[in-house]
Design a protein around this ligand. Structure first.
Ligand code: PLP
Length: 405
């Protein structure tokens, strides 16, 4: 009889965001008059900018003419996009990343999950707590997480690095030796960022122990403070220990367009193998590239008008963050994040449980949030609010929260 991957059977019930959606739908069905505003969404709401649209229209026309039609593209991405990334996202920050160290893909979610293909099952994996659930679940699927302990909300083989108020929501080097370390800055869900010194500690640790850092920088576009590193490669020594994930989803409203990239430096070697070559082999075997039209759209954000227009959208979301932060502070609530991220990490009042506060907010203010406990045990007592909504709706949601409290 066919055997299934037993690791899938160990996964706990539902994915966090499905449970949030389920509760919102159930509430709406029972209260059809309620006008729910979702500050829970991790999806963008502003449309693609004109520079992207124009580039994509042009690319569609090329696909419609015999002389300019393109079939399969390079699995690693077209040169025009890889060159633009190397130039604008790295060289402009004083960082040398060669185009053949950049792998264009259909999403940071896929890459964060797929990267596990090239690493052995017996590596010790360290994750932040709270954490973007994809890192945990994909390691669980691969058999690297062990067994799920329902009562603790943890996997017994994973190393959890608590990110709590006491450490400024920044993970500390674990006591256990970790082979693969997931870091995400600006962070989802806390909105925290790492300083240069903090990242240097991680880089030194990884080089000393032969570990690999998987650095998710999907929210890099939201950094506003001057001294916050934009890429881990700004840190000396990172080329020999870190892989970086980037995404156009939040940077340029590409959640429905699907385009991202992963940087695997050629200096990164482990277990006698060049990691860049392994990832290239994996991608060539299992991936056939991002659509030409989409890659043309992504490249357009590096033009002067594209840069200006995408920055305007980021500023729009940042204005929402400010509205939320100001409102919460007016209501006497304690919140962090927001400054370099589209996420606000709100401490629930009176030590309420995350899901209790979620239900209260939904019922009394008709505002949806994401319960912190869903991102890991250390998220208990927090909820995540996002700045991805429309400006008017965000303002109204905040007014309702202030009034409720
Ligand atoms: N990484 C983090 C930390 C995220 O929060 C998200 C999306 O929510 C992703 C990656 C997914 O990015 P993409 O849309 O490129 O798959």
């Amino acid at each position: 009889m066919t055997k299934v991957n037993q690791n899938f059977l160990k996964l706990p019930g539902s994915y966090l965001f499905s449970e949030v959606a389920r509760r919102i739908s159930a509430y709406s069905a029972a209260n059809p008059q309620a006008k729910i505003i979702k500050l829970s969404i991790g999806d963008v709401t502003r449309p693609l900018v004109p520079a992207v649209i124009e580039a994509m229209h042009k690319a569609v026309d090329e696909m419609g003419a015999e002389e300019t039609f393109r079939g399969y593209g390079p699995e690693q991405g077209y040169d025009f996009l890889r060159d633009a990334i190397a130039e604008h996202d790295y060289k402009a920050r004083g960082v040398d990343i060669a185009p053949d160290e950049i792998f264009v893909s259909d999403g940071a979610k896929s890459d964060c999950g797929n990267i596990g293909d090239i690493f052995g099952v017996d590596n010790v994996v360290a994750v932040c707590d709270p954490v973007y659930p994809v890192y945990v679940d994909t390691n669980a699927m691969a058999g690297r997480a062990g067994d799920y302990q329902e009562e603790l909300g943890r996997w017994n083989k994973l190393v959890y690095m608590p990110c709590v108020e006491a450490n400024g929501f920044s993970p500390e080097i674990p006591k256990e030796k970790a082979d693969i370390i997931y870091l995400c800055f600006p962070n989802n869900p806390t909105g925290a960022v790492a300083t240069r010194d903090q990242l240097k500690e991680w880089v030194d640790y990884a080089n000393k122990n032969g570990s690999v850092i998987l650095y998710d920088s999907a929210y890099k576009a939201f950094i506003t403070e001057e001294d916050v590193p934009h890429t881990i490669y700004e840190i000396e020594g990172a080329r020999t220990c870190a892989i970086e994930f980037r995404s156009y989803s939040k940077t340029a409203g590409f959640t429905g367009n699907r385009c991202a990239y992963t940087v695997v430096p050629k200096d990164l070697e482990r277990d006698g193998a060049k990691i860049n070559a392994l990832w290239n082999r994996r991608q060539c075997t299992k991936f056939n590239g991002v659509p030409y039209v989409v890659q043309r759209g992504a490249a357009a954000i590096y033009t002067p008008e594209g840069k200006r227009q995408t920055q305007d959208v980021i500023d729009y979301y940042h204005a929402n963050t400010k509205v939320i932060m100001d409102g919460l502070s007016k209501a006497g609530l304690s919140a962090s994040g927001g400054v370099n991220a589209p996420y606000i990490w709100l401490k629930t009042p009176d030590n309420m449980g995350s899901w209790d506060f979620f239900d209260l907010l939904l019922d009394k203010a008709n505002v949806a949030c994401t319960p912190g406990a869903g991102f890991g045990p250390s998220g208990e007592g927090y909820v995540r609010l996002t700045a991805f909504g429309g400006a008017e709706a965000t303002k109204e949601a905040v007014e309702r929260i202030v009034k409720m409290l």
